[in-house]
Design a protein around this ligand. Structure first.
Ligand SMILES: CC(C)(COP(=O)(O)OP(=O)(O)OC[C@H]1O[C@@H](n2cnc3c(N)ncnc32)[C@H](O)[C@@H]1OP(=O)(O)O)[C@@H](O)C(=O)NCCC(=O)NCCS
Length: 161
């Protein structure tokens, strides 16, 4: 399995994969909006035998320090539980840290994201329309520069149903 940057011309294949993974187009459409707005800071695909089997996207989130939002993460329904999702998340974390970002926020299942170090407790002080037990944060490059403040996802998220 290879993890690499999305290449030009792969938008349709990524859309199909993410639509299948989520059983609907909302998250796949979100990717298209984020890309069109220039907010796809990281867009990695997992490739196996020339086929895109997974995808992860990081977009900027307004906070009191440089931070990214992880969303969406998708692995093809027939390729799950082989570590592809984990590899994509770890790859994205490593890349974001190397680029100097100080945190990644994610909205998801704590049972999945805790294994990478994401914490809902650490995110509890942040105000967001998505605040709650599913909002988590992973500090990068040391402790979080601030433990509270208001988060604003990229505008493309506002259209997510
Ligand atoms: C979540 C997802 C990306 C995981 O991809 P994957 O390649 O199967 O993940 P990995 O192989 O790295 O990890 C599999 C492990 O995660 C667990 N897992 C998968 N989805 C989970 C979830 N929603 N909640 C809790 N655990 C989950 C599996 O049970 C497995 O556990 P194990 O390691 O103890 O056996 C994939 O299931 C998917 O695309 N789901 C639909 C889209 C989605 O929900 N994306 C996340 C939105 S934030």
């Amino acid at each position: 399995m290879l993890i690499r940057d999305e290449q030009p011309g792969e938008a349709a294949a990524i859309h199909a994969l993410v639509r299948d993974a989520f059983d609907g187009p909302d998250e796949a459409d979100l990717i298209n909006r984020l890309r069109a707005a220039g907010d796809a800071i990281v867009s990695f695909v997992a490739e196996e035998d020339g086929e895109i089997v997974g995808h992860i996207l990081l977009s900027p989130i307004a906070a009191a320090f440089p931070a990214l939002a992880l969303a969406p993460l998708a692995v093809g329904p027939d390729r799950r539980a082989h570590g592809i999702g984990g590899e994509l998340v770890r790859h994205a974390i490593g890349h974001a840290g190397a680029m100097g970002w100080r945190a990644i926020f994610v909205l998801g299942d704590p049972a999945y994201y805790q294994r990478f170090g994401f914490s809902a407790e650490a995110a509890a002080g942040f105000a967001s329309p998505y605040a709650g037990p599913h909002l988590m944060v992973l500090p990068l490059g040391g402790a979080l520069p601030a433990t509270q403040g208001t988060l604003r996802h990229a505008p493309a998220f506002a259209e997510l149903g």
